[in-house]
Write a protein that binds this ligand. Structure first.
Ligand SMILES: NC(=O)c1ccc[n+]([C@@H]2O[C@H](COP(=O)([O-])OP(=O)(O)OC[C@H]3O[C@@H](n4cnc5c(N)ncnc54)[C@H](OP(=O)(O)O)[C@@H]3O)[C@@H](O)[C@H]2O)c1
Length: 279
């Protein structure tokens, strides 16, 4: 059976490092990192996520600011709020919780977040920095996965990595981060042919599809490292994108759902906020 990659434990380690970094920044430079979140509308999932982010900030000594404009907020009012936070010296990270209600243009609003405060790493400037191998704020989920891989001492150089999914939030930045570590990277998506064959070749597999148990255990290469990003709500609770039981019989190491990638995303948001405050 595969080793289980304990995202909860590794996330706790990251949070402890962030707490220490926050303490040092406060003592040495008198700076307290601050994260502002903007939540529009009543999406229950988003409310849970935002609450979790504030709770996590508090535990590591990051000040958090909770902005909840009326659901009827206009595009220009929201941009005005983003601009105000861009200029606020107590705010080092600005996070616009997605999805936004349909009358708002999410792309246009995210583009207004100052790249230096874009702790989600979604701004085209930060995406471009990642693409060109320069320092910048990077998307939290893929960064969290890189930390899982490094904690598990997974050697990436020269290895075949397959990322299933090409979203701007997960799949694409994930592929670039693996490439940066000298893996040979393939990106699969809904038009990919022969997906089981591609999976069978992968030493490292990252599944970010959003379909319950989409990747079958029999597809997985013996001895592969399997990272399951999927969070799918089903009758029997949360299920990943990989058929866990069967995949765990073949893999060397695998992330569970829940308790694998999920906890790393918020932990990385905290470390991005600290990074932004230091910068
Ligand atoms: N753990 C966490 O912290 C975390 C964070 C973010 C997301 N997630 C979860 O990760 C999953 C993916 O998120 P996302 O935002 O990247 O989703 P997304 O934007 O919906 O992207 C899904 C990707 O999967 C691809 N896909 C769909 N059907 C496919 C098929 N039959 N074969 C191969 N590829 C297929 C799509 O291809 P096309 O581009 O061709 O349509 C797309 O690129 C979701 O379950 C989400 O809840 C978890």
């Amino acid at each position: 059976m595969a080793k289980i990659i304990d995202g909860k434990a590794i996330a706790a380690k990251v949070r402890a490092e962030v707490a220490e970094g926050v303490r040092a920044l406060r003592e040495q430079r008198g700076i307290v990192p601050g994260l502002a979140t903007i939540l529009v509308g009543n999406d229950p999932g988003s409310q849970v996520y935002v609450r979790g982010k504030h709770r996590a900030c508090k535990k590591v000594g990051i000040t958090s600011f909770d902005h909840r404009p009326e659901p009827s907020v206009t595009q220009s009012e929201l941009i005005h709020l983003v601009e105000r936070l861009n200029g606020d010296p107590e705010v080092h990270g600005v996070l616009v919780q997605l999805p936004l209600p349909s009358h708002l243009d999410a792309e246009l609003i995210l583009d207004r977040v100052r790249p230096e405060k874009d702790v989600d790493g979604f701004h085209p400037m930060n995406a471009g920095r990642l693409l060109t191998g320069r320092a910048g704020l990077r998307s939290c989920t893929p960064m969290g996965i890189m930390r899982l891989l490094s904690e598990m001492k997974v050697e990436l150089e020269g290895k075949r990595a397959l990322v299933i999914g090409r979203s701007n939030i997960v799949g694409k930045p994930m592929a670039l981060l693996l490439l940066e570590q000298n893996a040979t990277v393939t990106i699969a998506h809904s038009r990919t042919r022969d997906l089981p064959d591609r999976v069978a070749e992968a030493d490292v597999l990252v599944a970010a599809v959003g379909r319950p148990e989409f990747v079958k255990g029999e597809w997985v290469k013996e001895g592969a490292v399997v990272i399951d990003v999927g969070i799918n709500r089903c009758d029997d609770g949360l299920v990943g994108d990989v058929a866990y039981e069967a995949a765990a019989r073949r893999a060397l190491a695998i992330t569970p759902v829940p308790g694998g990638v999920g906890p790393m995303t918020i932990a990385t948001l905290l470390s991005n906020t600290l990074w932004a405050a230091r910068a």
